[in-house]
Design a protein around this ligand. Sequence first.
Ligand code: AMP
Ligand code: MG
Length: 189
Amino acid sequence: MGRRVIITGVPGVGKTTVVTGALKVLEQEGIVYRTLNFGTYMFDVALKEGIVRDRDEMRKLDKEIQKRLQKLAAQAMAREEGNIIIDTHASIKTPSGYLAGLPEWVLRELMPDTIVLVETNEDQILLRRLSDETRSRDLEGSYGIAEHQQFNRAIAAAYSMYAGCAVKYVTNADHLLEKAVEDLAAVLR
Ligand code: AMP
Ligand code: MG
């Protein structure tokens, strides 16, 4: 049985960058993981159904539609074998409030060994979002970002109760990417 590690973090914290770095380190040690992107699984279905044109529109969809897409994605990912990293969100900030990224019916499918929260200072995240032109990031102040990260810690504790998984905080601070990469690699080893 392979290992399943779920990586989360607010948009713009640099999750994907940290994961890419950690996988490179582990590859040199002969440890192999495949990365599955939760949003991409959802987007493939949403695109086929013609309900969105871009992945950043999904969090604005009706809550029930988001949950349907989420369930389909979890079921598809549960079929994957080997060591797997799932790149996703502990919670999604939607117009109707925070939506759990890993509600009971998703966790039951995925049953991770560890949930990683990639975090950093809210001002750093704000600046990273402003400089990322590849995505339609929500315009949000540092107070809102701090609140979102706080909510993610709280809901991760609930996930650990249900799944019996470990919860690991990894800090991805400015100019310290290598530290974040090493911390994540240590979780994956
Ligand atoms: P990302 O590329 O990781 O920012 O994900 C793109 C979008 O996919 C997010 O803005 C959400 O709308 C959706 N998404 C990703 N993971 C989840 C999840 N676990 N539950 C619900 N929606 C998700
Ligand atoms: Mg990403």
